[in-house]
Design a protein around this ligand. Sequence first.
Ligand code: GDP
Length: 442
Amino acid sequence: MIPTIFAPATAPGRGGVAIVRVSGPRAGDALTILTGRSLPAPRTAAVARLADPRSGEFLDHGLVLWFPGPRSFTGEDVAEFHVHGGRAVVAGLIDALSALQGFRIAEPGEFSRRGFENGKFDLTAAEAIADLVDAETSAQRRQALRQMEGELGRLYEDWRHRLTHALAHLEADIDFPDEDLPEGVSDQVRPVLESLIAGLRAHLDDKRRGERLRDGIHIAILGAPNAGKSSLLNALARREAAIVSERAGTTRDVVEVHLDLGGYPVVLADTAGLREAADEIESEGIRRALARAAQADLKLAVFDATSLPDLDAQTLAVVDEDTLVVLNKCDRVAPPEMTVGGRVALAVSAATGNGLAELIERLTAEVARRFEAPGVPALTRARHRSALEECVGSLERALSALLPELAAEDVRIAIRALGRITGRVDVEDLLDVIFRDFCIGK
Ligand code: GDP
């Protein structure tokens, strides 16, 4: 028999309420045994006195809920115990459940895995549940919710259906060949595959917007030594995260702070000052700074306003369309109005905080412009990306195939690649990896 699994669904530690969830064929027994009463009405909270069946020891007064399968999160019979959120209460409940025949503690993600295996949702929705639990900012929450509601799954399923349809045409060409059409892919199927390739390419060519939103959007602070990069990072983070020093060249490695910028998760990195390096360690720091700049989604180029009209040439060299130009130390000079590298410079003072609100506003707007979710849902995972790339590759091979049989085989591979994203085809080998990263109790 399938084991009945249980786990705390709430975070460990003290809390007002803790929830212990049970799923499997004996979930109903857990309720009747611990409450000493018959099953409550489905999906309705009932107050119950809970006791350890071995000793009869009173564990807590709590709420119990009964979700008979298949109308439950896992699709199996599910019971929930809502108890007082103290460690000893939860431990007593877990201990009592462990002693029941056919019960065991759930592995991370096992509830979601059972839900997926019972067809309650596809793999993209299961992954979105994990993302929602991990979401720390409102943009991450919105992206996870859209995916959980099935937007991404529907997009991939729609593509898969269109390909299945195209495959049926290809197979008809194989079964009933038309002597006038010697090519691999008929004129009827070719535009379908071409439009799918275009759709897939547009979806793939998204600057990793969805993946960035999950992992954090990278902003690199660049500038000459002493321009005030560390001070600016600290001012923006409103805490002391980097060493601020009078001596030039102290930030030799990359210092990061994680910020919630208007709902977007941002990783702000302070880098080594750009200048001719005095030693090997510093030149390594500068190399890393430039590597950071190259990978960053946005850059803040910081210039020292007290050395105007001279502008540091090395910093000037990194200014491009993904750069916000900042003139720092404007508490010491009258804030100049100027453009640098074609970009309007923002006058700030990391020391007094002047201009920072405007800088944050500009940064947030730039981030939102790049990462706000338009109509099409974003690609959110490397796993999806590699399957989609495989799909495009197979479709391109199909288009250039000389025989319809070969084209059909490539389209079948493309269909399988899409099916692996949503879990429509056999994905047993993937499941351990996907669900391993979930929390216990999810
Ligand atoms: P970094 O090398 O670019 O990271 O520069 P730091 O943040 O270490 O700052 C270099 C020096 O400039 C320090 O003495 C700071 O106190 C000073 N400094 C930084 N920002 C400002 C500012 O806005 N106004 C003034 N007056 N001094 C600043």
